[in-house]
Write a protein that binds this ligand. Structure first.
Ligand SMILES: [Zn+2]
Length: 250
């Protein structure tokens, strides 16, 4: 079981929709959770009279209520909703927060997903954040000479993130049984009341959990592509193992 799990998703509500059941499972097993949210979600309204400040304030309150249920800390990076690109500026901001928090496991978006369920075009911020997180985790977080000012001026030493879970994904290799947590996951999502009306939300996420679990014989699941990192990848590829390669468990 990992000690510290960091989620890095684009918007308020992404952690809950993408991985809420897994986060409840991890929290119940004693993991410390931190939710890093790259944008403020300021475009999350259909009301033309809503100001950005009002939307941000509303969504921060919703996120705080959900995080309180999870017992999670929340960190915002403050990028503009809807316009995220996998820039070096974002990569550096991610390297900084990952080196500060030093998680065992990171959950993020799968940057390769463009479509799902034939009705869903993946939000470009999701792809951009997923790409930027993977590019930060390897190699920048591990390498002292990448963004050297982070080490020299801020004292942020390199770190190896042992596991990265990306999802939702078309290529899962890891399933978390969320049968016991599905109701609580739906309640977490419904804390984001400005985005998710209760009834279609319940039906949709019940269906998604059932479909995600089917390949693994589970009634309700979330699935991920789970990647491992070690200090020297070449040792693993050589088949010799590495002290850091052991999975940390669910
Ligand atoms: Zn999102």
């Amino acid at each position: 079981m990992p000690d510290h799990v960091l989620t890095i998703f684009a918007h308020p509500d992404d952690a809950e929709t993408m991985a809420g059941g897994s986060l409840l499972h991890l929290a119940s097993a004693g993991a410390r959770l931190t939710l890093c949210i790259v944008t403020d979600g300021d475009k999350g309204t259909d009301d033309e009279t809503d100001s950005a400040a009002a939307v941000i304030a509303r969504r921060r309150q919703e996120q705080a209520r959900s995080a309180a249920r999870l017992g999670a800390e929340v960190v915002y990076l403050g990028f503009e909703d809807g316009l995220v690109q996998p820039t070096l500026e974002l990569r550096k901001a991610l390297v900084r927060v990952i080196r500060q928090l030093r998680p065992d496991v990171i959950l993020t978006h799968d940057p390769t997903v463009w479509f799902r369920h034939d009705v869903y075009i993946n939000h470009p911020d999701h792809r951009a954040v997923g790409q930027a997180v993977l590019e930060a985790v390897y190699p920048a977080v591990k390498k002292p000479r990448t963004f050297p000012e982070l080490l020299e001026r801020e004292g942020l030493t390199p770190h190896v993130v042992r596991e990265i879970w990306v999802g939702p994904t078309d290529h899962p290799n890891h399933w978390v049984d969320i049968s016991r947590h599905l109701e609580d996951k739906i309640e977490l999502i419904c804390e984001h009341a400005s985005q998710f009306p209760p009834e279609p939300t319940r039906a949709a996420f019940t269906r998604l959990a059932r479909e995600a679990g089917a390949p693994a014989g589970l009634a309700a699941a979330e699935s991920f592509r789970r990647l491992y990192q070690v200090r020297q990848t070449v040792r693993v590829l050589a088949g010799g193992g590495d002290a850091g390669v052991a999975p940390t468990g669910q």
